[in-house]
Design a protein around this ligand. Structure first.
Ligand SMILES: Nc1ncnc2c1ncn2[C@@H]1O[C@H](COP(=O)(O)OP(=O)(O)OP(=O)(O)O)[C@@H](O)[C@H]1O
Length: 250
């Protein structure tokens, strides 16, 4: 395998239950990879393993030349892995600009950089980033005043500002309006190539809109891989989804 992110025979158990059971994934640099699968397939656990929130009991997780499985969570973040959780972790009382400034300078120290920002420090590149995120007009607004979708985009922007080369996202469009979901697909298409994105998503409409390769997980391992059309026509995939509502649009 020659991927940028590689999971090789990864396994993890919870109280004897093999939630991840010999998972193999190979993702190229700059790729946008969607991870789908029925409930309980192990998608969120796979993201937890990559970002170091939990440790594998077997196998290897490698990013470039770095063995992530041997590192602590903060070291993995420093190695360029950013995780976006379903509940955004933005600073509501700070402006959008200040949130991006704080993120850009993290690590090593949030507070030191907050001070630097307040002294009118260098803000180059933030307008460009805000344009990319569709938040140019919101830069001066407190983050607490953003819509749900805008808050998600700000958090993605904070990961970019942190220099996250690999960005992991769990159901980024959950709770978004149809228009916000469409804009998120556009944003992901703009990020593709510049960052490596791994996106866990249930909404097949969104998965189709962002294109790229889809990895289907089932019972803690890789079941199938291919384009949306290939995945939707795959008998094994259809069988795996039986009883869980099927593959569907949101
Ligand atoms: N901390 C934990 N302790 C015990 N079991 C867990 C833990 N985390 C996950 N599991 C179990 O591992 C399996 C995989 O869970 P995971 O959340 O990764 O699935 P998923 O594919 O993300 O599902 P969903 O689409 O419903 O979010 C499930 O059976 C879940 O109950």
């Amino acid at each position: 395998m020659t991927g940028y992110l590689e999971l090789r025979d990864v396994a993890v158990s919870f109280q004897g239950f093999r939630a991840i059971d010999g998972l193999n994934l190979s993702i190229r640099k700059g790729e946008l990879r969607c991870l789908i699968g029925p409930n309980g397939a192990g998608k969120t656990t796979a993201l937890d393993l990559i970002c170091g929130k939990i440790k594998p009991t077997a196998g290897a997780i490698v990013l470039g030349a770095v063995a992530l499985h041997a590192l602590e969570e903060h070291q993995i973040a420093r190695a360029g892995v950013g995780r976006k959780f379903q509940v955004p972790s933005v600073f509501h009382e700070l402006s959008v600009r200040e949130n991006l400034e704080v993120a850009r300078a993290r690590p090593p120290g949030v507070w030191r950089n907050l001070l630097r920002g307040s002294r009118g420090g260098d803000t180059d590149g933030l307008e460009i980033l805000a344009d990319l995120l569709g938040l140019r007009d919101e830069l001066g607004k407190p983050a607490g005043h953003l819509s749900h979708g805008q808050t998600q985009w700000l958090e993605i922007g904070m990961l970019i500002a942190q220099d996250a080369e690999l960005i992991l996202m769990d159901e980024p469009t959950a709770g978004m309006t149809a228009q916000e979901t469409r804009k998120t697909a556009e944003l992901f298409n703009r990020l593709k190539g510049k960052h490596t994105l791994v996106v866990v998503e249930h909404d097949m409409g969104f998965v189709r809109a962002i294109g790229g390769t889809i990895s289907v997980m089932h019972q803690g391992r890789l079941l199938a891989e291919g384009s949306a059309a290939e995945i939707e026509a795959d008998t094994e995939v259809r069988r795996a989804y039986l009883g869980s509502g099927g593959i569907s649009d949101a």
